[in-house]
Design a protein around this ligand. Structure first.
Ligand code: AMP
Length: 538
């Protein structure tokens, strides 16, 4: 167990083990078992159509694990992994799982601001990148990171390494490795962030193994399942809900898409007879607008999972007729707790709710601002606890005090109500984020960068409604006295030059004389959110 992680209380952990919820297996052990059972079956197919069998993935992971060890990576070391949807991502992760080193998942869209923060927070010494992706040279980013993060010392490149180490050259003769414990941290996901910078979410081997078990069960995943990974697989949803790993756990095949573009994805569905995929409402819009004209055969598709942002019932109702596949709504968070609608739920439950928790040991509560449970049907904040929901962020002692209740429930920051049947309906949120096309953007993070502009005295960033993206990033700025109000292109240029990922840049800016304040002397975002929503409807 790494220092600065909060374990489950011993009696709770013993209870999970006694009930067979945690089974003492590491993710590396699981791949060993899957490879023994499914051998030559296809585990992964990349975007070009190249196939990798279960045995080949198993062997590749072993060779990489030995190679990483030979390069000096030790159990417990953190490794920043920023790779696109390609088999390398899976092999690198399993290699690190087997070694007991801990991947930190970085989105391919992250730039120097995010990478620097993650490297410093995690203390990673190694950073794994592609050579280029989406027209961007990640080796340039790595050079910056090396300059700025003293702890970082090793860059491994999938593809042309330039002056760095090629992933292909890391491989070594498989060796006996001590390996981690099932209760150890397997990898870190990133929080959507209510604080200025993302937090690291520790996910344990046995906790995640349980998540794979329950999500695969609810989706009736089998050896015939073919899963299309459209969203970046650093997200919990495509990685393990059931996603790539849940599909592998049942002998199915995971297919990688490197873009959400409808025709590209529809071609992959046809070519590989894809049965299940998971997307966000923005992609639902995109695909629906293209599906009637497509020449591709989508008849293999059985299940479309939608999560990450509110799916409006009207949009939800168009999915089954358009794709000929069942809809499954999913609500959840990288921190753990997941709720799914079930395959045999009545249509109104699937269209109008986000379903129920998955594990027999999941616990949820809906509470008011004083922490008291609200009567069934009333809106309150969702609190969550269970065998795959974190007990604390990594290296965040102060923040953990407010993010969790004294008895270990995670405060989601989401406002929900429960139906009579116990299904969750997401009604809003109290956390200070913008959910843009399902990407979570921390408002304080963007505000901090905006105020670096000499012409900006104060900034407040809020969600503005957007039909396709769900929400856009709207920045209110108070110009510094005597300065002209900075314009959008200039602010976007500044933020990009400060190394912010593109999806976080403001979509619109509005200059104001002052910001409304609450009685507690904080910016009153409720007023600003109402104002920007009125502008659209007004
Ligand atoms: P992330 O950890 O990036 O997956 O973001 C988790 C957050 O996304 C949740 O706390 C919610 O605010 C939001 N979210 C996830 N699923 C849904 C959904 N089905 N409907 C509305 N919001 C959702």
């Amino acid at each position: 167990m790494l220092d600065d992680c909060v374990p489950w209380p011993e009696d709770v952990a013993d209870g999970y083990r006694a009930r067979g919820i945690w089974r003492g297996e590491t993710l590396g052990d699981l791949l060993r078992r899957w490879a023994a059972e499914y051998r030559d079956r296809t585990a992964l197919i990349d975007a070009a159509g190249d196939r990798l069998s279960y045995s080949a993935l198993d062997g590749w992971s072993d060779r990489l694990a030995a190679g990483f060890q030979a390069k000096g990576i030790a159990p417990g070391d953190r490794v920043l992994v920023q790779l696109p949807n390609r088999p390398e991502f899976v092999a690198v992760c399993f290699a690190l799982f087997r070694l007991g080193a801990v991947p930190v998942f970085a989105l391919p869209s992250f730039r120097s601001n995010e990478i620097g923060h993650l490297a410093r927070l995690s203390g990673a010494q190694t950073y794994v990148i592609p050579d280029e992706f989406n027209g961007f040279d990640h080796r340039v980013l790595a050079r910056d990171a090396l300059k700025e993060c003293p702890e970082l010392e090793r860059i491994v490149v999938a593809g042309d390494p330039g002056e760095f180490t090629a992933l292909a050259d890391v491989e070594a003769e498989p060796a006996d490795l001590p390996g981690p414990q099932a209760s150890d941290i397997a990898f870190f996901l990133l929080s959507g962030g209510t604080t200025a910078l993302p937090k690291l979410i520790p996910r344990t081997h046995e906790g995640y193994a349980h998540q794979l078990e329950v999500t695969s069960e609810v989706c009736a995943t089998t050896g015939d399942s073919v899963y299309l990974a459209v969203l970046p697989i650093e997200f919990n949803f495509p990685w393990g809900c059931p996603g790539v790993l849940g599909t592998l756990s049942r002998g199915g095949t995971a297919v990688f898409a490197e873009t959400a573009h409808p025709e590209t994805c529809f071609a992959l569905v046809e070519r590989h007879r894809v049965t299940i995929t998971s997307i966000v409402p923005t992609i639902v819009h995109l695909w629906l607008s293209a599906v009637s004209d497509t020449r591709h055969d989508l008849s293999s598709l059985k299940l479309v999972q939608v999560s990450s942002a509110k799916l409006h019932p009207e949009l939800a109702s168009r999915i089954e007729p358009a794709f000929g596949a069942q809809l499954q709504q999913v609500y959840g968070m990288s921190e753990g707790m997941l709720t799914f609608t079930r395959l045999d739920d009545p249509p109104e439950t699937v269209l109008e709710t986000q379903g129920r928790p998955l594990s027999p040991a999941d616990e949820i509560r809906v509470v008011d601002s004083a922490g008291r449970e609200v009567p069934q049907g009333e809106v309150g904040e969702l609190l969550a606890r269970g065998p795959y929901t974190l007990r604390g962020y990594y290296r965040a002692r102060e923040h953990n005090r407010i993010a969790f209740t004294a008895d270990g429930f995670y405060r989601s920051g989401d406002l929900v109500r429960l139906t009579e049947r116990g299904d969750v309906v997401v009604e809003g949120r109290i956390k200070d984020i913008i959910s843009r096309g399902g990407n979570k953007i921390s408002a304080p993070e963007v505000e901090e960068h905006l105020t670096a502009h000499p012409g900006v005295e104060q900034a407040a960033v809020v969600p503005a409604p957007d039909e396709i993206l769900g929400e856009r990033v709207h920045a209110y700025v108070v110009p510094a006295s005597g300065s002209p109000a900075p314009r959008l292109p200039e602010l976007r240029r500044l933020l990009r030059s400060r190394g912010l990922a593109d999806h976080k840049l403001p979509d619109q800016v509005e200059a104001v004389d002052s910001l409304p304040m609450t009685g507690l002397n904080k910016v009153d975002k409720k007023v600003l959110i109402a104002r920007v929503s009125d502008q659209r409807t007004g």
